[in-house]
Design a protein around this ligand. Structure first.
Ligand SMILES: *[C@@H]1O[C@H](CO)[C@@H](O)[C@H](O)[C@H]1NC(C)=O
Ligand SMILES: *[C@@H]1O[C@H](CO)[C@@H](O)[C@H](O)[C@H]1NC(C)=O
Ligand SMILES: *[C@@H]1O[C@H](CO)[C@@H](O)[C@H](O)[C@H]1NC(C)=O
Ligand SMILES: *[C@@H]1O[C@H](CO)[C@@H](O)[C@H](O)[C@H]1NC(C)=O
Ligand SMILES: *[C@@H]1O[C@H](CO)[C@@H](O)[C@H](O)[C@H]1NC(C)=O
Length: 578
């Protein structure tokens, strides 16, 4: 299938560029503005991206989303929202909460390519839970609410496209602590660490070491960052794996480097020099900037944007919605003397999702301009996504305001990147139950939309690489391996040969504005050869260090002058794991 598409593309490119064999083609207008200064053009008529509605209703509200390596997205909300607008298969009902029997679905499997979905069955409450995809590609989902708060569920991708049998599986083992508003991180040994949650100032692992049945470990940092009942500001802590194997943990306005093996704080980072709080309910977002995969101990930089001021939650209770945070903090966390550098968002934003794009730029999307996370706590929806151009040396040039959606995406909304480079956006429900009452402010959103970032604009089609093959067996890559990727371009231009990079993205589990495990590695030691008029081969090195890129399924992209190819899935495997 992919080969046929590429072949058609090749023929197509001959048709539109018949002269390119003998004479160079004139470059189309290519504004530098999106490409972090790689190509220079005036910013006239630049595309700002496009929105399209995929489904007016998928029957449930996309509170949690995870893209799997068969290009399906597992989407779910909660089982105690009341009946959803999507029935379970005939005859199936579950009693997943105190509310009694429910014959509607609270999870779906969305097929990106066909834009279709089918109901899945969750049998306990998944409200405000967390997840990670393990190195075999299986989704490990942890916790939730009430009867679901200690439950571990898995979802294994189906064996074939027409296989409609795969569904949630609830494990017989339980979590050691209640995990409601906890965060997860995939560890280099393939385990998952689950940190925090309401009332759980501790962490645990899955799977547990043999014989260790109640293994949970205290984390003082979660006491220190807790602003008290009804305030909290440290739920859904931000977790990022460091190149030395330790964990970076951020909550409220503080952060630490933590050794989860010895339960020791290795380092305390400076407090973010700004009055806002960044974690639930003062929800901001956090992302690791692109990682240099050529180094075994690369610098790691973090960007945290948005959030709320300390009194916003109390004011929201009185229906006064304070303007949200307008700042981001950026810090090189591997620096011996790390310091926050503050940057200014184009607009105030609470509950933003930060989506890592294949190019290494970041899309800041969803959320609101006033208030906080929580029931009925926000107003003034932030309809315009913002592009953060990571590599621009001038902080004042980094943010670009993009085309708005018409649909507010408030509390309980989410966004994920898919392999064709679009961002799928869904959810929003700031109400205790599904609420479709006419005239209600911010009714429950069951719709799914796609946002196509500027790089997908038609005018860049000739610059877009199309991957023909990744020269490795069964799409498996290993640590330190040199791997060649062949691709075609519709444009013959020798000068752009060097303007190519290969990136690998670990797709996140997304909820409550945090993309757990999201990381983009830029592969090093790159060499580009031209094979024929339109075909090229780029050879790159897979990172050597498991902490730089933990094992699992990654989307691999070739990015040419800032225009990414369609992503292809590769499995990064470690010899140490069977
Ligand atoms: C969902 O179902 C409710 C109740 O049947 C209905 O009022 C509402 O319009 C439906 N919403 C969507 C988006 O289909
Ligand atoms: C950080 O948060 C704590 C409360 O958790 C607060 O006491 C402190 O003043 C805050 N620091 C700054 C710089 O705002
Ligand atoms: C404000 O908080 C109180 C106490 O938690 C609650 O009973 C009340 O319903 C809240 N009011 C609003 C408008 O959210
Ligand atoms: C949002 O905050 C700004 C600044 O405080 C205020 O002027 C505006 O009225 C607020 N908007 C809403 C909808 O509450
Ligand atoms: C990658 O690392 C090697 C060895 O340290 C170095 O020689 C090479 O220049 C680096 N390449 C890039 C593209 O950074």
């Amino acid at each position: 299938m992919a080969e046929i598409k590429n072949f058609v593309f090749l023929i197509f490119s001959f048709l539109i560029f018949p002269l390119s064999l003998s004479s160079p083609v004139i470059m189309p207008m290519l504004p530098d503005v999106f490409f972090s200064g790689e190509v220079s053009f005036p910013g006239v008529g630049i595309p700002m991206g496009q929105w399209s509605v995929l489904h007016k209703s998928v029957g449930i509200s996309a509170m949690h989303m995870q893209l799997l390596h068969d290009d399906h997205i597992v989407i779910f909300d909660r089982t105690d929202f009341g009946p959803s607008n999507l029935s379970l298969p005939v005859g199936r009902c579950v009693s997943s909460s105190e509310d009694g029997l429910d014959c509607t679905a609270h999870s779906i499997l969305y097929d990106v390519a066909s834009n279709t979905f089918r109901p899945l069955t969750v049998v306990s409450d998944t409200w405000c839970s967390s997840g990670s995809v393990d190195p075999t590609g299986k989704l490990i989902q942890t916790g939730g609410y009430a009867l679901g708060e200690r439950v571990i569920r898995t979802f294994t991708p189906c064996n074939a496209r027409d296989d409609l049998t795969c569904d949630w599986n609830q494990l017989p083992v339980s979590l050691s602590s209640r995990r409601w508003y906890a965060s997860n991180a995939l560890l280099p040994d393939g385990r998952v660490i689950i940190v925090g949650g309401r009332g759980s100032h501790n962490y645990e692992f899955f799977p547990k070491p043999p014989g260790q049945f109640s293994g949970k470990f205290p984390l003082q940092f979660l006491y220190d960052t807790w602003d008290g009942r009804n305030k909290e500001n440290n739920l859904y802590p931000f977790l990022h794996l460091l190149p030395n194997g330790h964990l970076f943990i951020f909550a409220n306005n503080k952060s630490i480097e933590f050794d989860y093996v010895t339960n020791r704080v290795i380092k305390k980072f400076p407090v973010m020099p700004s009055p806002e709080r960044r974690n639930y309910p003062s929800t901001g977002s956090s992302v690791l900037l692109p990682i240099d995969g050529n180094s075994t101990s690369p610098d790691l930089e973090i960007l945290i944007c948005g959030g709320a001021f300390p009194d916003s939650f109390d004011f929201a209770n009185k229906s006064i919605y304070v303007a949200a945070s307008r700042s981001c903090g950026r810090m090189v966390i591997t620096d011996p003397n790390p310091q926050w550098i503050m940057e200014k968002l184009p607009m105030p934003r609470v509950m933003p999702d930060m989506v890592m794009l294949p190019t290494g730029d970041i899309l800041i999307i969803n959320g609101a301009g006033n208030g906080t996370a929580g029931w009925e706590n926000a107003d003034n929806p932030a309809l315009n996504p913002v592009l953060y151009r990571t590599g621009d040396p001038d902080p004042n040039q980094r943010f670009i305001v993009l085309n708005p959606t018409k649909t507010p995406r408030m509390y309980h909304s989410s966004a994920v990147l898919v392999s064709d480079g679009r961002v799928i956006v869904g959810g929003s429900n700031p109400h205790v139950n599904y609420n479709f009452t006419p005239g209600v402010k911010f009714p429950t959103e069951l719709s799914l939309e796609a946002y196509s970032p500027p790089y997908l604009d038609q005018q860049y089609a000739v610059l877009r690489p199309s991957i023909l093959a990744v020269e490795t067996e069964s799409m498996v890559v290993t640590y330190g391996q040199m791997v060649s990727v062949t691709y075609v371009l519709g444009l013959y231009k020798r000068e752009t040969m060097g303007n190519v990079k290969v990136t690998m993205l670990l797709p996140p589990f997304t909820t409550h504005s945090f993309g757990m495990n999201q990381r983009l590695v830029v592969l090093g030691e790159e060499r580009v050869e031209q094979l024929s008029t339109f075909a090229y081969k780029v050879t790159v090195k897979v990172p050597e260090n498991v902490n730089v890129a933990p094992p699992g399924f990654y989307l691999l992209f070739v990015v040419h002058v800032g225009v990414p190819s369609h992503g292809v899935w590769v499995q990064l495997k470690s010899d140490l794991l069977s």
